[in-house]
Design a protein around this ligand. Structure first.
Ligand SMILES: C[S@@+](CC[C@H](N)C(=O)[O-])C[C@H]1O[C@@H](n2cnc3c(N)ncnc32)[C@H](O)[C@@H]1O
Length: 244
């Protein structure tokens, strides 16, 4: 039987390929992905964990120690505060795999990628979620929080709103494609866009002006080139290139 491909299966495939020992997830929510990632040492960062049931036990240090020998570490704070406060920890932790799925704005996602890159191990990989919005409502940009978008949606100000939101995370990918010759960046067209960033030469270097002012229409006309969008089965090729 074919296994369903989504962000979790992609993360676990990459983790296996690079033999990842350390994992950080920015934006964890209920822990649906975090608790199912098969990497020994894990860091979770989110200003508001929404764990329930058994997962809630992870927040009690004694229980964690008993169940997981303290291989999972929880930081209930924004990613900016985490990186500001935990530079020493991150120097030692050196994530092999970083999953960025926190505040879905262009600026914050770009910052989160740059902060993860600073500490990424030499064989490290960064995965960014929600990089390929499929309609303007889905892409509605926010400045500080998802609440701004929800408020607009509640007032009926977002035509076509379905409750799904990716914001303008995609602009961070376009900016990285423009700025970084040392990063190879692909987006798998699955699960609203799963972008995989590795330390290899960028064969898709872009030159896009005034990224701040771009909108959904611009993305729609350029998404294949800008996101380096690939069919999901491209993952196999990618994994072969990563396997160590
Ligand atoms: C889409 S959910 C994450 C889902 C999770 N990664 C998964 O795949 O199941 C986004 C999360 O980002 C968190 N978040 C919002 N602002 C953040 C910030 N500045 N730093 C870190 N996380 C943030 C929210 O609290 C929310 O739980």
């Amino acid at each position: 039987m074919e296994r369903k491909m989504n962000r979790l299966s992609i993360i676990n495939s990459v983790a296996q390929a690079i033999k990842a020992q350390t994992y950080i997830e920015i934006g964890v929510n209920t822990g649906e992905v975090f608790f199912s990632v098969h990497v020994r040492q894990k860091i979770a960062v989110d200003p508001h964990f929404k764990f329930s049931g058994r997962a809630k036990l992870h927040r009690i240090p004694q229980v964690r120690k008993l169940l997981y020998k303290n291989h999972e570490h929880f930081y209930e704070m924004s990613s900016d505060d985490f990186f500001a406060e935990q530079s020493e920890l991150m120097e030692k932790f050196k994530p092999d795999l970083s999953f960025i799925d926190g505040l879905h704005t262009y600026g914050q996602t770009y910052k989160d990628v740059m902060n993860c890159l600073k500490y990424l191990s030499p064989k490290g990989v960064i995965i960014v979620h929600d990089t390929n919005p499929i309609c303007p409502a889905f892409e509605t940009p926010a400045v500080h929080s998802i609440q701004e978008v929800l408020d607009k949606a509640n007032k009926g100000e977002i035509p076509g709103w379905t409750g799904n939101w990716s914001g303008d995370v995609w602009k961070a990918i376009v900016r990285l494609q423009c700025e970084r010759e040392d990063l190879s960046i692909f987006t798998l067209d699955i699960d609203w866009g799963v972008t995989i960033i590795t330390r290899k030469n960028n064969a898709n270097k872009l030159s896009v002006k005034d990224i701040d002012s771009l909108n959904y229409k611009d993305l729609d006309q350029n998404r294949v080139k800008w996101l380096n969008l690939k069919k999901p089965d491209f993952l196999e090729e990618l994994i072969q290139g990563l396997t160590c």
